[in-house]
Write a protein of this length. Structure first.
Length: 125
């Protein structure tokens, strides 16, 4: 799951549903925002990640992080961050994207360049 800003809203619903049904799959969430105060779901996600027996993996990306933030990546969601944060293209992998249209389009192009087939990429614009 790749979210930008308020694009986190549908991702939260996916996370809750997958954890509530005890789905056997790992979930990877990369959430980009401008500043840490916008990460309103961070406490809940961190708690769920800690409670999910390592099935939920969350990466935060901030354009303007606090000076002491070692818990996030800096800048935008880039190919490098994606390579570190999500599984490689595989028949069982599904990618869901939600955020500003420019971000979604750039990420779709990046994922295609990385070898993810178009038919596993779903985007909410």
């Amino acid at each position: 799951m790749l979210a930008g800003g308020v694009g986190i809203s549908p991702m939260i619903q996916i996370v809750r549903a997958m954890l509530n049904i005890d789905a056997p799959r790992d979930m990877y969430l990369v959430w980009g925002a401008v500043k840490s105060s916008q990460l309103v779901y961070r406490p809940m996600l961190d708690q769920r990640a800690a409670d999910a027996s390592n099935r939920l993996h969350v990466t935060y990306v901030l354009e303007h992080p606090p000076a002491d933030a070692k818990w996030c990546k800096v800048g935008f969601i880039t190919e490098s961050i994606l390579r570190e944060s999500i599984p490689r293209a595989d028949p069982g992998v599904r990618i869901v994207i939600c955020g500003p249209p420019v971000m979604c389009n750039v990420i779709k192009k990046t994922l295609t360049r990385m070898g993810y087939p178009q038919d596993i990429i779903f985007s909410f614009l």
